[in-house]
Design a protein around this ligand. Structure first.
Ligand code: IZC
Ligand code: ZN
Length: 422
């Protein structure tokens, strides 16, 4: 053991430990331990040592960083974003502030459809460039793994383009990207009177996406005026048969029954759930579906937040958190801001929040065997914060607390600055 030379060694850190790779449910979400004066060693991109700084003193390392008592956490995992798109929707801000509901803006041809128009017009290079800017922001703010949905093409070529862009982005920068096909995100103008024909087209596209390994998950916007529960079931069943893991935009605005459907189909996650019925929540928890809550969206749409306390305290459920980064309902890449909202809006504790943006969010995208906790054998995705405890992160809100970030053992953010080709 003493012969091993570590690529990097981080010493004198407050290491936030999350024991085990299983999803953390209910009160166990608060079981984050802080290892005082701890050290983490990295070899070949993986965590190879977690222990006291004293024990680490005997270890040999090519690079050593003194954390000076600051908080070291797993790299943050954002399990729900609409990363690849073109344009922005600040032109709809006045409508939103005037009280025009999100779904009404969509019915009038704006909202998601305005981003669809912009994305269809954009070149591959423009899509890459805009997403790269977002990924840079994410990394600088501590996100090391992100889920990215399609859904702004709503036609075969543009949906494929969005997914291929996500695939290319993996090679261009360090943040890991897990792709989701969200073809049924809205009904495109050319199919306005034939939603079932559009859905069929998206179902027909599933095998091609699977054959090219362009996405691990399939998702649908199950919502009043978008896709019904019956349509959602048809699409998700076909996706499951084609080998996709299932996700669902469930009960974001109206209690339609998306949560119940997620339970019935054994989805990997059910996301939003602001309006989900109590029965819906109970059944999805019993079925082992990960609830992914998006407090940035409820806050931005000025809607009632999801029932995190009911899930955690009454149902002893796990909860994961995500940004929902998109140009409409939640234009922010910052999981740190979402963490502050989770405290204030969802009444989650700092420990629950840290669990929800690490091990539980890794579960929401089936990556918990590799990321989401600081354990020997896991990928060395780490965040060093200018803070010495988790409460400080959510209490001092709206600013970036990141000092350093490691991705697969590479030191990609140093003192708050992005390092290209470390
Ligand atoms: O572009 O508005 N809810 N899809 C479902 C979104 C929000 C993204 C958007
Ligand atoms: Zn979404």
């Amino acid at each position: 053991m003493t012969e091993r030379v570590f690529d990097s060694l981080i010493v004198h850190a407050q290491v936030a430990t999350i024991a085990g790779s299983a999803p953390h449910c209910g009160s166990s979400m608060r079981e984050i331990g802080l290892l005082n004066d701890a050290a983490v060693g990295i070899i070949d991109g993986n965590i190879a040592f977690v222990g006291s700084s004293q024990d680490a003193a005997a270890l040999e390392a090519k690079e050593c960083l003194d954390a000076r008592g600051r908080l070291l956490t797993p790299g943050l995992v954002d399990p729900h974003t609409h990363l690849v798109h073109s344009g922005s929707r600040e032109s709809e801000l006045a409508q939103k502030l005037a009280g025009i509901p999100y779904l009404e803006i969509l019915q009038q041809g704006g909202g998601i459809l305005s981003t669809v128009h912009a994305t269809r017009r954009a070149s591959r290079e423009e899509l890459i460039e805009q997403a790269l800017r977002s990924l840079r922001t994410m990394l600088l703010w501590g996100t090391t793994t992100v889920e990215a949905k399609s859904g702004y093409g709503l036609d075969v070529p543009t949906e494929l383009l969005q997914l291929r862009v996500a695939q290319e982005l993996r090679k261009l920068q360090p943040v890991e990207i897990i792709s989701t096909f969200l073809g049924p995100h809205a009904i495109p103008p050319e199919y306005q009177d034939r939603p079932d024909a559009f859905l069929e087209q998206m179902i027909q596209l599933l095998p091609a996406i699977q054959a090219e390994q362009l996405a691990d998950f399939a998702d649908i916007f199950c919502e009043h005026g978008v896709f019904s529960v019956v349509q959602s079931e048809r699409f998700l069943e076909a996706a499951q048969k084609a080998g996709f893991g299932l996700k669902i935009h469930a009960d974001e605005v109206e209690p339609l029954g998306g949560a119940e459907l997620a339970a019935k189909l054994g989805a990997v996650s059910a996301d939003h759930l602001l309006a989900a019925s109590e029965n819906g929540l109970r059944s999805l928890v019993s079925a082992g579906v990960m609830p992914v809550l998006l407090p940035g969206t409820s806050w931005n749409l000025r809607a009632k937040p999801a029932r995190a306390r009911f899930l955690i305290d009454t149902l002893q459920a796990p909860v994961a958190l995500a940004t929902d980064y998109n140009p409409g309902s939640c234009p922010t890449e910052s999981l740190q801001f979402i963490m502050a909202l989770a405290a204030n809006e969802l009444r989650m504790t700092p420990e629950e929040i840290l669990t929800a943006v690490t091990i539980n969010s890794a579960h929401a995208i089936r990556q918990a065997h590799r990321v989401g906790s600081i354990e020997v054998g896991k990928q060395a995705d780490l965040c060093l914060f200018n803070a010495d405890n988790p409460a400080y992160l959510v209490y001092h809100f709206g600013i970036n607390h990141i000092a350093d970030v490691w991705k697969k053992g590479q030191h990609v953010v140093v003192n708050g600055l992005y390092i290209d080709n470390p």
